[in-house]
Design a protein around this ligand. Structure first.
Ligand code: NI
Ligand code: MN
Length: 231
């Protein structure tokens, strides 16, 4: 096995190699479409968080404490998580690149919010929302995070993205038509749609997205929650 990528529903993914296990936006226990329980997780080495919204931070604190995982996110969210919950973090920021033991990661901009909603309803500043380009075993995976369509995505064409994980659910993020334009900007080899059909408000037609991508000769892999691909 080289790399296996598992869709956990919404924007949550697990990446696994022989040496490392990585979660992105681990929204598990409260995720209505997540097929696994927290107890099903094996040792997680790294957790990537794209922004402070609860459907992305998800179960980060519980998982990071259990496995002593390193949480990789923007500086503000890293500081909040380490100060408040005493989890290990690696802060990055937009445009920054860093070589981790498993590979190189670049933090990319996303057009969205990142406020952290406290239990009392107060909103804490959560820094800039982001995406990640993660290089793993010679493959580049781009997780866009929550984002609207932005011309910044044109810069990703030079990255040589193999697999782009793009939101298509609309309302809070890109819809199908905007995600098609994003795909043209990014020019990845394959696209996996995410952040749709978790709730009614982000309902989207993934088959339509696939059809539209076929017209521009980009392969679209529709994963159901729990599905894995290896590459
Ligand atoms: Ni969000
Ligand atoms: Mn979201």
């Amino acid at each position: 096995m080289r790399v296996s990528l598992t869709f956990l529903g919404h924007a949550a993914f697990q990446l696994e190699t022989d040496e490392f296990r990585i979660l992105i936006d681990p929204f598990i226990s409260q995720n209505p479409v997540c097929p696994i329980k927290l107890d099903d997780l094996k040792k997680i080495d790294y957790i990537f968080i794209t922004h402070g919204h609860s459907d992305h931070v998800g179960d980060t604190v519980e998982i990071a404490r259990k496995f002593n995982s390193t949480v990789v996110t923007n500086f503000e969210l890293s500081t909040y998580l380490s100060n408040r919950f005493d989890v290990s973090t690696h802060p990055m920021h937009i445009g920054g690149r860093f070589e981790f033991p498993f590979g190189v990661v670049k933090m990319t901009p996303a057009l969205h919010g990142s406020g952290i909603i406290e239990e009392n309803g107060n909103i804490i500043y959560g820094g800039n929302p982001c995406g990640f380009v993660i290089s793993l075993k010679g493959q580049k995976i781009y997780h866009a995070g929550d984002t609207g369509l932005t011309t910044d995505m044109k810069l990703l064409a030079d990255e040589g993205v193999d697999i782009a994980l793009l939101p298509i659910g609309g309302n809070y993020v890109m819809d199908v038509e905007d995600a098609v334009i994003a795909t043209k900007f990014i020019n990845p080899r394959k696209v996996i749609p995410m952040h749709y059909n978790t709730w009614e408000i982000i309902k989207a037609d993934a088959e339509l997205f696939k059809k539209r991508l076929r017209e521009i000769e980009v392969e679209c892999l529709i994963l159901n929650p729990g599905d894995s691909i290896e590459f």
